[in-house]
Each structure stands twice: as C-alpha cells, then as structure tokens.
Write a protein that binds this ligand. Structure first.
Ligand SMILES: NC(=O)c1ccc[n+]([C@@H]2O[C@H](COP(=O)([O-])OP(=O)(O)OC[C@H]3O[C@@H](n4cnc5c(N)ncnc54)[C@H](O)[C@@H]3O)[C@@H](O)[C@H]2O)c1
Length: 307
C-alpha cells in the first residue's frame, strides 16, 4: 500500500474558498512510481471494444506478456474472430458480448470475468464512437448516444470494476481510452471532444484517488490510428452517413494513414509498466498541446484580482 499521494490537507470539506480548493491540489508529484503493474501470466485483463482496432492491439500486447484476457464488445462476430486469432497464438481468452452504455450488461460482463478467471487486475475502458457535426446542428439523441458510450461506458467500467480490483489486494491498473481530442479541440466534432476531455479529467482525478490502493491509472490519448472508428458514426440514433460522403472519404484517408493498432498496443503496455498517466502517440502534435496551454495561461494571467 503506498501513501505517496496522501495529502494531509486533502479532506478540505465542502467550502468553495480558494484555500479549500488549493488544499485539494496534490502537493506531491502525481506521477509517483510507488506502485508498478507488471503484466504477466498472473494478470487478468478486461478490455472493452476488445474485438477490433485499438482494443485488439492492446489485447495482443497483453497476451504477448502472458496475461489472461476477457474481451468485451458489442459485436459478436468480430469478437469471435479476435478470440480465435489470439487463441491461435496461445492466449487464454474469453469473450462477452456487452454494450458499455448499459450498466446491467457491464455488471454481467464483470461477473462473467470473475466466473471465468476468479479475479481481475487490469481494466481497459476503450470502446468508443465518433460523431461529427457543427454546433447548433447536432441532434440531442446523437449527443446522448456518444455521452452514453464514450463517457458513461468508461464510468461503468471504472465504478463496477474498481471494487473488484481492490478486493484481492494485489493491485492493478485502469486504462481509459480518451484521445488527443481530449487535449486539443477543433471544429466539427464538439461532442467527441466533450466526451474525451471528460475522460481525461476523470482519469486525472482517479489516479490521485486510486494510487493509495495500488491501482495505477493511465489515459490513452492517441491521434490517428488505423481502425474503423470513422465508420462508428453510421450507428448513431439518427443514422445517416455513408462511405460516398466526401467528408467520410477525407477522414478515411487520415485514419488509414494512422498508426498500426498493434504498435499502439505495445506502447500502451510499456506505459502501463512505467505507470505513466498520459499515453500519447504522435510527437508532431506537441506544438498543439503547447499552444493550448499558452492560451490557458494567457487568460489565467489576465485575471486582475489579488494583484
Ligand atoms: N482510431 C483513432 O484514430 C482513435 C484516436 C483516438 C482515440 N480513439 C479511441 O479509441 C477507442 C477505440 O476505437 P478504435 O479506433 O479502435 O475504433 P474501432 O471502431 O475500430 O473499434 C471500436 C470497438 O468498440 C466496439 N464498440 C463500439 N461501441 C460499443 C459499445 N457501445 N459497447 C461495446 N463495444 C463497442 C466496436 O464494435 C469495435 O470493436 C475509442 O474510444 C476511440 O474514440 C481512436
């Protein structure tokens, strides 16, 4: 048990005064390396969206290290194909069909994981969808759809699995898939940015809360990865979208030129074993991060009070 993040002032009560707020900011390094998850044959990992793309890339990297896997996905046929491929390489894999947006299905998936493997150490809340559209033109049914999957899907995984990881006392790690779009926003995908910024903030808070229980937290923030993410919007409640759409074709080119999910899976496993909070993928976007923080800092420094 590590007390690396213990802050004597942490229980600051409900006062909204600035001193109460500042006392909740960790005074120690939040990237403490006190607890490190080693991924090996004693590890059990639960991965949502594990049938394809980034989830499958992570599954492959974990399997290479000997971990036992429970793959969860909404799509039965890709799930079956993924499990077959992993088993052919010698992995111990089970599957469960589940919609991460549905609390009851996620509870059933957690139970299935315990029934099959007895315990769980690593949870990868990775399933997600994309939604394009301009502000003022987005149907609220589509908004709820993306929030239910990209944010509540992560919340379901975290809230349901955290007690299960804590219960065995062996420690663990939670990885939430956000995106570089959780750090830098642009036009045309505001609901996607909103969910991904939320997952980044959630993960930062979780890391501070769960470190004392020896549960590491990472937030995966890749830029373009060669997957089917650009097709996910076809499933939104209001439907629409097709492969002939010029915007879709533009996005296709970018995604198809993206990182190999297997390489991202390897890098993710390395970062988990380094207890890294942020897992980025594309160094060329560093300038965008700097620009965002420069804009935040400029407006922060413009505050006239207390000067
Ligand atoms: N591909 C990229 O460029 C990129 C970049 C940054 C972040 N991401 C994020 O990575 C994550 C994985 O996406 P991907 O790129 O591998 O896309 P993908 O569409 O190839 O894979 C997503 C998987 O999640 C499953 N899924 C979708 N909705 C689900 C639900 N409600 N419940 C359970 N499973 C569901 C799909 O069936 C699919 O197998 C997403 O959260 C996405 O936002 C992707």
């Amino acid at each position: 048990m590590s007390d690396n993040l213990a802050n004597p002032d942490h229980k600051a009560g409900n006062s909204a005064s600035s001193s109460a707020i500042s006392s909740q900011i960790p005074s120690t390094n939040i990237l403490s390396k006190a607890y490190i998850m080693k991924i090996d044959s004693s590890s059990v990992a639960f991965i949502t969206g594990g049938a394809a793309g980034i989830g499958l890339g992570i599954a492959q990297a974990f399997a290479k290290r000997g971990a036992k896997l429970m793959l969860a996905d909404i799509d039965q046929s890709t799930l079956d194909a993924a499990a077959e491929t992993l088993r052919a390489d010698g992995a111990d894999v089970a599957t469960v069909v589940c919609d991460v947006a549905d609390e009851a299905q996620m509870r059933a998936a957690a139970q299935a994981t315990i029934d099959r493997f007895g315990k769980v150490h690593i949870v990868v809340n990775n399933a997600g969808v994309a939604l394009g559209g301009m502000t003022g033109e987005i149907d609220l049914k589509d908004w709820r759809w993306i929030v239910d999957i990209n944010l509540m899907g992560v919340a379901h995984g975290v809230e349901i699995f955290t007690p299960l990881i804590k219960s065995h006392g062996e420690g663990g790690h939670i990885i939430n898939t956000a995106s570089l779009a959780g750090h830098i926003a642009g036009p045309g995908m505001a609901p996607y940015h909103a969910t991904k910024f939320a997952v980044v903030g959630y993960s930062e808070a979780m890391q501070q809360e769960l470190a004392p229980a020896d549960i590491g937290v990472s937030v995966l923030c890749p830029a373009w990865v060669k997957t089917n993410i650009h097709r996910s919007g076809f499933n939104k409640p209001t439907g629409g979208g097709n492969e002939e759409d010029p915007q879709f074709q533009e996005m296709s080119k970018v995604i198809d030129g993206g990182l190999d999910p297997a390489d991202l899976g390897e890098w993710t496993a390395t970062c988990v074993e380094d207890n890294r909070l942020y897992i980025f993928s594309h160094p060329e976007f560093g300038a965008g991060i700097d620009m965002r923080y420069a804009a935040v800092k400029a407006d922060y420094d413009a505050v006239p009070f207390g000067k």
